[in-house]
Design a protein. Structure first.
Length: 282
């Protein structure tokens, strides 16, 4: 049975983390499509397991959270009637937290944009922080109870509520976002500093996701067909973002800035996680 060698694995992973689709990666690396499709869940699971173990006791002081939309199988309006309402079909949201100082992404969650997922996301975030933080989210109401349940009063929390215009010109409904009108900071728990009430870094991280993962690009046929593969691609993306990619403003990786890594990881080291996972399983 043929086995993919290390150099070819590195080539495939390097292609995926730079925003190429599975089929484009298969053509560039001269391998079968199913080879890439099999490697993605293996490396994605290894990356997720590693980050869950390592991203703890983080020295974050200011954290921002946001959600980014995508879809699996088909957009919500195009899901067949017999699959409508089933998990993994239609709209999928990724909840993301980012530290405003170290730029590290301590956790993320893939699921619906509901209260249940918000609570699990906030519990996960709270378990990774070493100190009391100032937290900012958008005006999504499910955050209110989720933050209170996960942190209690041991947090400085504010919402940034943004208002948009409902007036759009002809032909702008589908492709153009509504015009931004104003925003207001709403302190909710503790004493958040108004000058730090912002979601700008979280929204910029959303753009990074859309640029570095082909399946997140709008108006594409490279969207995720299976929810599991969607999760694995996100885990691989954040492994590369946190540990391999030098942040332009920090001049080091976010993991180095947060103190959870002492050097810039290479793609070869990321691929080596597959061997570590196999040894632990044995």
């Amino acid at each position: 049975m043929n086995k993919l060698n290390q150099s070819k694995r590195v080539q495939i992973i390097a292609s995926l983390v730079e925003g190429n689709s599975l089929r484009a990666t298969a053509r560039m690396c001269d391998v079968a499509f199913n080879t890439v499709l099999k490697l993605l869940p293996e490396i994605g699971q290894a990356c997720e397991d590693y980050q869950r173990r390592v991203l703890v006791n983080l020295p974050c002081k200011r954290v921002q959270c946001d959600e980014i939309w995508s879809f699996c199988y088909a957009k919500e309006k195009n899901v067949p009637a017999d699959l409508r309402g089933k998990h993994g079909y239609g709209d999928v949201w990724t909840w993301v937290a980012i530290c405003a100082d170290t730029k590290i992404v301590p956790c993320w969650r893939v699921g619906d944009r509901d209260a249940w997922n918000a609570q699990h996301f906030m519990y996960d975030l709270a378990s990774r922080l070493a100190n009391r933080v100032q937290l900012t989210t958008d005006g999504h109401r499910v955050y209110l109870q989720a933050v209170e349940l996960a942190f209690g009063i041991d947090i400085d929390y504010a919402m940034l509520v943004k208002l948009y215009s409902s007036d759009r010109g002809e032909g702008e409904v589908r492709y153009s976002p509504p015009d931004f009108v104003s925003c207001r900071a709403v302190p909710l728990i503790g004493k958040p500093k108004r000058k730090h009430v912002s979601t700008s870094f979280a929204e910029r991280q959303n753009l990074t996701m859309r640029m570095k993962m082909r399946r997140m690009t709008r108006l594409t046929n490279a969207f995720s067909k299976k929810l599991d593969n969607h999760r694995h691609a996100i885990a691989l993306h954040y492994m590369h973002y946190n540990f391999c990619r030098i942040h332009q403003t920090l001049r080091v990786t976010p993991a180095m800035e947060a103190g959870v890594a002492d050097h810039i990881w290479t793609i070869e080291e990321v691929v080596s996680l597959l061997g570590d996972a196999a040894r632990r399983a044995a």
